[in-house]
Design a protein around this ligand. Structure first.
Ligand SMILES: [Cu+2]
Length: 138
């Protein structure tokens, strides 16, 4: 059977769309998410790549009020990075450094293995909340 390059291309595009939508549904590799209470909108970004990678990462959280959109600066964020399917985590991650403008940075986030990681994050300060970004690390 002859399958043209064009048909293959559109097939792969369809598969890619299917994958990304199922990832969003299960919350994997979702970079814009809402805290457990719904009060906070959190945008996650990473260095050295846009998504967390195996090895050493810096993880940024941009935190805003879901209601007003206002950047929230007076919070304290702490994180545990876990691989839920393996019942292990990473070495302790120091609490986030507040950078201003609602931005927080976690240093030394070491992800030792490929697979699904959860960044179980606790917010304290003027409000208490939790948010758990999940990433599939290659
Ligand atoms: Cu593991």
């Amino acid at each position: 059977m002859h399958v043209s390059r064009q048909v293959l291309g559109s097939l792969f595009a369809t598969l890619a769309l299917a994958c990304s939508s199922s990832d969003a549904a299960s919350g994997v590799n979702e970079v814009d998410l809402t805290s457990d209470s719904g009060a906070l909108r959190v945008v996650v970004s990473s260095e050295p790549d846009t998504l967390p990678v195996r090895g050493l990462n810096q993880i940024y959280f941009d935190v805003r009020s879901s209601d007003s959109g206002q950047a929230l600066d007076d919070l304290e964020l702490s994180m545990t990075a876990l691989m839920p399917s393996h019942s292990h985590g990473s070495p302790d991650v120091p609490p986030a450094t507040a950078l201003g403008g609602g931005r927080y940075r976690f240093d030394n986030v070491v992800l030792s293995m490929p697979g699904l990681w959860e960044f179980r994050t606790t917010v304290t300060g003027p409000l208490e909340d939790h948010v758990t970004p999940r990433f599939e690390v290659e």
